[in-house]
Design a protein around this ligand. Structure first.
Ligand SMILES: Nc1nc2c(ncn2[C@@H]2O[C@H](COP(=O)(O)OP(=O)(O)OP(=O)(O)O)[C@@H](O)[C@H]2O)c(=O)[nH]1
Ligand SMILES: [Mg+2]
Length: 302
């Protein structure tokens, strides 16, 4: 790694659920750092997206959307997002291009309390007319002393280059923390679990997407050059197990095929994926199970 001194720092990417935090990080990095779905509360762990440029390194910390916790999992998640917000050199406050709602306002309150240097990133500008954007920008500007307010679209890429370029100016000077070719801190095994969870969230409805946890518990090479991966999907009730397996196993097969293809792309190897569905009653309320599944490790890791 070249040891040139440029700018390097951590950006805490925060906002309410579903505003496009993970999409923005993925777009900037050019890789799937965090999974994305149309459903709120997709991200559960903080994950680093590392962008190395000629002038330095920006380390984005993607976080779960701030929301009122309904169980132990929700509490761990909220704790993660709060901690990350406090720790960053700079905060991206991500919002949708509309007037702020109660969730946006409570995050702004936290920003005030912590006195963080922050950029407001108004995402999804592809969904509104330009003239509707101005009052939103003015409103956010009046609520917090943001150093910048930048409209972007993670979907089209609009405004993203400008955002990255301007972000550099607010980072401390220092050497890079990570080698140039590293784009995330996540282990392949954890990313594989997330890809399986993404497919589950995409193909199921109502409470099911939020009731699943995935644990990749085996990862081994075979003599034929195929990686053999085994994962457990945990659900909270028998009825959810039935939904995930689907009629004649069709749902599980679809999830498995889609996830396997993406895992193969991620690791550049052929994969044999076995998935099992298990019921762990009310696992989201049980700290012991959450610990088993690595939630507390991932929640506090920084
Ligand atoms: N039209 C449009 N949709 C977007 C844009 N950015 C993200 N989305 C969509 O918004 C939804 C939520 O995106 P995510 O990136 O998962 O949002 P998030 O803020 O990370 O959500 P949580 O992890 O649940 O807090 C997905 O369906 C995205 O495809 C955008 O710029 N324009
Ligand atoms: Mg997310």
């Amino acid at each position: 790694m070249e040891e040139s001194v440029g700018r390097c720092g951590f950006i805490s990417v925060v906002g309410k659920p579903n505003v496009g935090k993970s999409s923005i990080v993925n777009r900037i990095i050019g890789q799937k750092v965090s999974i994305v779905t149309p459903k709120p509360q997709t991200t559960r762990y903080r994950a680093l997206g590392i962008k190395t440029t000629q002038s330095g390194q920006i380390i984005f910390v993607d976080t779960p959307g701030f929301h009122e916790p309904k169980n132990m999992l929700g509490e761990l998640i909220l704790k993660t997002s709060r901690e990350v917000l406090k720790e960053g050199d700079l905060v991206y406050f991500v919002a949708e291009p509309g007037m702020p709602g109660p969730d946006d306002l409570s995050i702004l309150k936290l920003l005030h309390r912590e006195g963080k240097t922050a950029i407001a990133v108004i995402n999804k500008v592809d969904t509104v007319k330009k003239e509707l954007l101005l009052p939103v920008i003015e409103d956010y500007g009046s609520r917090y002393p943001f150093v910048l307010i930048i409209p972007v679209s993670a979907s089209t890429g609009d405004g993203i280059d400008e955002l990255v370029r301007k972000t550099m100016e607010y980072l401390p000077e220092g050497p890079k923390y990570y080698p140039d070719d590293v784009y995330t801190d996540q282990a392949a095994r954890d990313m594989a679990s997330e890809l399986i969870r993404e497919k589950l969230m995409l193909y199921t409805r109502e409470e099911v997407p939020h009731s699943v946890a995935v644990d990749v518990y085996e990862w081994k090479g075979s003599n034929k050059g195929i990686i053999s991966i085994a994962a457990n999907i945990y659900v909270e009730k028998d009825s959810q197990k039935g939904i995930i397996i689907g009629r004649n196993g069709t749902m599980l097969k679809k999830v498995g095929t889609k996830a396997r293809r993406e895992i193969e792309l991620l690791i550049g190897e052929k994969v044999f994926l076995s998935i099992f569905v298990k019921v762990r009653k009310d696992w989201r309320k049980d700290l012991n199970v959450l610990k088993d599944l690595g939630f507390s490790r991932k929640a506090i890791k920084w």
